[in-house]
Write a protein that binds this ligand. Structure first.
Ligand code: LLP
Length: 425
């Protein structure tokens, strides 16, 4: 739950605003973002990595207002498409604090990145190195690039979001020598400035060992680069992926502890080889946005399937949160509009979409007296929910409201039927 959440007159309140009021003013389903929670996590990261850089990974959740908060808190921003870049630029986010990612950036995306002068472009293939080299030459530019290195660790997370083993699409492998070859190719191109190495081992990772192995291996590559080319690269970007607690009993790494340990590892490896300590960057997405967000739904039907469980249907589902269907994600929910002393019933919180995989929470205990019109709040939906939202069954995407100091305001308006029809001939 967000840091500022609590109860007012029995109802869940976020940022000092009663969810009943939120539902009345803005409708449901509703994404609620606790501004203070989001901002305070930005500040926590900045203080933990005080002599490095923190870039918020926009894929977790980006809209214009979020880009403003990230800018105001002094963080950089990671984008991985022209669309994410456009959101950032539309609010005047300084391009030099933006990093461009992607395993298949289009020529147009690379051109845009070079044209506006993003701070870093992380290259992900030989093809891209050549392409970017030519393009930069044409623009008379010399973009700063990093190499996305596949460090070969098995991150303990869902297969779809693990990215550091060799058999997946991202990066250039350390083991196979592809990363070292990428270094040679970039150094041979006068139009590219190689400034560092990047790795992102996966997402929702709670065991810090993987981050440490990645840091050690990247620092090792820095040493090899100096030995082979006499070149000292000043930066290491260790990506994001720090897990958050979704349900009771989940472990979450302590950012301060991670920051100190990564710093120590890199200092040790580089120090032993007589290299200066590179500037560290991290790219958290989920661990900044995730717990700041809550989704508020209204209960529709409550169906008791005799002897099995109760199916509680809400007015959204896999269109506003596909993570349960896609990754078997787990969430915590609460009856939000009132308190209940009724006996808990084994329930499944389901959506209104036309398939049985449409679950928000597969197994949970909810009060036995739920009725249509009750509000349910699902915690931890600030990351990868709105950003993965879709219009399955022509459901309009919910609004996003920011709450702060007892007030709420819409930061992304709810889609309408007109929005759904727009663009159709
Ligand atoms: N940096 C890079 C290069 C990334 O690819 C990602 C996430 C991040 C940073 C931020 O990772 P985070 O700190 O948020 O874990 N849709 C999935 C997550 C996909 C993550 C993709 N890359 C989910 O809902 O769990």
């Amino acid at each position: 739950w967000p840091r500022t959440s609590g109860r007012i007159d029995g109802a869940v309140a976020i940022g000092g605003v009663d969810v009943r009021e939120l539902a009345k003013d803005h409708g449901t389903p509703l994404y609620v973002v606790d501004e203070e929670d989001f901002r305070s996590r930005c500040r926590d990261y900045r203080s933990a990595f005080h002599d490095g850089e923190v870039h918020y990974a926009g894929k977790a959740f980006l809209c214009r207002e979020i880009a403003r908060w990230v800018d105001q808190e002094g963080l950089g921003l990671d984008v991985c498409s022209a669309g994410e870049l456009a959101v950032a630029l539309s609010v005047g986010f300084p391009p030099e604090r933006i990093t461009m990612h992607g395993n298949n950036k289009s020529v147009a995306e690379l051109e845009k990145a070079v044209e506006v002068g993003v701070g870093h472009i992380v290259v992900d293939s030989f093809e891209e190195i050549a392409r970017l080299g030519r393009l930069a030459e044409r623009y008379g530019a010399r973009p700063k690039v990093m190499i996305r290195v596949t460090v070969g660790v098995e991150a303990h997370t869902h297969e779809f979001i693990a990215t550091a083993h060799d058999d997946q699409k991202f990066g250039l492998s350390l083991n196979s020598g592809a990363a070292a070859e990428a270094v040679r190719r970039i150094l041979a191109l006068p139009s590219l400035e190689l400034v560092g190495l990047h790795s992102h081992i996966g997402s929702q990772i709670t065991d810090t060992a993987g981050f440490e192995v990645a840091a050690r291996r990247l620092a090792g590559l820095l040493v090899e680069i100096k030995d082979e080319h006499g070149v000292i690269l000043p930066e290491l970007d260790l990506g994001g992926g720090y897990g958050i607690p979704y349900v009771a009993g989940d472990e979450a790494p302590d950012i301060k502890v991670i920051a100190d340990s990564l710093h120590e590892i890199v200092t040790k490896v580089c120090g032993a080889a007589g290299l200066p300590v590179p500037r560290l960057t991290v790219e958290p997405g989920r661990s900044i946005a995730g717990l700041a967000g809550v989704t508020v739904y209204e209960v529709g039907t409550v169906k008791d399937v005799e002897g099995l469980r109760t199916y509680v249907s809400v007015d959204g589902g896999m269109s506003d949160n596909i993570r349960t269907a896609l990754y078997g994600a787990q969430y915590t929910a609460a009856l939000a509009s009132r308190e209940s002393r009724a006996e808990p019933m084994l329930s499944r919180l389901v959506g209104k979409h036309c398939e049985s995989g449409d679950m928000v929470i597969r197994d949970l205990w909810l009060p036995g007296d739920l009725t249509p019109g009750d509000l349910i709040a699902v915690a931890g939906t600030g990351a990868y929910c709105r950003s993965l939202a879709n219009n399955y069954n022509y459901l309009p995407k919910p609004a996003v409201v920011a709450v702060s100091a007892g007030r709420s305001r819409v930061i992304v308006r709810r889609e309408t039927e007109d929005d759904l029809l727009r663009g159709q001939l």
